[in-house]
Design a protein around this ligand. Sequence first.
Ligand code: ARG
Length: 458
Amino acid sequence: MAKMWAGRTAGETDRIADDFNSSIHFDSRMYRQDITGSMAHAAMLASKNIISAEDADTLIAGLEGILNDIDSGKLEIDMTCEDIHMFVEQVLTERLGDVGKKLHTARSRNDQVALDLRMYLRDEITTIKSLIKDLIEALTNQAEAHKDVILPGYTHLQRAQPIVFGHHLMAYAMMLLRDLDRFTDTTRRMNVSPIGSCALAGTTYDTDRYLEAEKLGFDAICFNSLDGVSDRDFALEFLSSCATLMMHLSRFSEELILWSSWEFKFVELSDAYTTGSSIMPQKKNPDMAELIRGKTGRVYGDLMALLTTLKGLPLAYNKDMQEDKESVFDAVDTVKMCLQVAIPMVATMTVRADNMKRAAGEGFINATDLADYLVKKGLPFRSAYKISGQIVAKCIADKTVLEELPMTTYQTFSELFEADLYDEISLETCVAKRISEGGTSVGSVEKQIAYVRKQIQA
Ligand code: ARG
């Protein structure tokens, strides 16, 4: 097929080379941004008298027609074109004749593709942020509904101290709040316009880059044309934000998987977000949570792929950079899919408060409070710690728990023990007493919920 860039070369490229070289099968998803960018470009060219106002109107109307026709399905994207930029220009020229050929004045595909990708990601980040907010809301609602449900808090996956389930869930809400912030911050540096950098060196035309940037909703322009066409930091930052978000989703998924096991039975996932086994009739598998955990690896891979692609590239544009898009698009699709599954999965999960409470009662997770009791009665913490450890050992030997060990036995360890002990070491008291800011008391959890809700409304 004759190339738009034919001139320097006359020979046809090989078909396999054509397929290898072309990016339309993935960059066609940026058609909207490409066309919108071209409309602003035509308007800018006319405002600087580089093309006539009449030509600009014709170009803009032509571009609008192409956009509408792709949207409505009337115009099918020709997958034999090299990329989406070539396709749009080709259709425009077919439809408008010579006027169509004026669009590409004072621009190059190098600044065009950088522009398109920034605009595309800017749009996708808006969607991703709104999904993150929905997930935070689902977590916060569950936290509110279970703000006083006691379960063991773990360190080293060993029962450590009692906490409430609302507190545990709000920890994830805090992580996601930071993810939101990271995407906002990513957008801030992304929202800088490269268009007008042209191929690499700028242009001899008296263009107005600021006007074009403003028309497209950018906050600023890239100040160095070489950097403008070579910079993919914004894509890396996007991927890095995605990777961190996925890491959070993966940690949460891991907990859901553990919690829905027979060993824990802390939660039951809705049938809608689990699967059965083809052979074992008793199974209810947390496939969705496992897939989120699994897909985290993909998104890390997307980040690594782009970092590696960029590391040896000399300035300015190199074709290697076409490889940026598949990583970025894969991350966009994966992150959105994972969030879309996670939101209803969290909203519909059943919390087994009885099993949480039972587990909390079995692990001596009030031993710290036992030691604190002695400290409050005047013993130094280290001595109190040692006595409490000995009492735990005694309970294990007697197959009992701290709450049920008789006072007479307690008093063989220390004369400081009195009847008020039992209330002090009840799990409810242990939780209620953790009133430090950010602690697990119900009041603190309520405060966290109010804080997070306020943040996502802002
Ligand atoms: N399809 C190309 C890409 O995605 C567009 C830029 C091509 N520029 C060039 N000089 N060949 O990077």
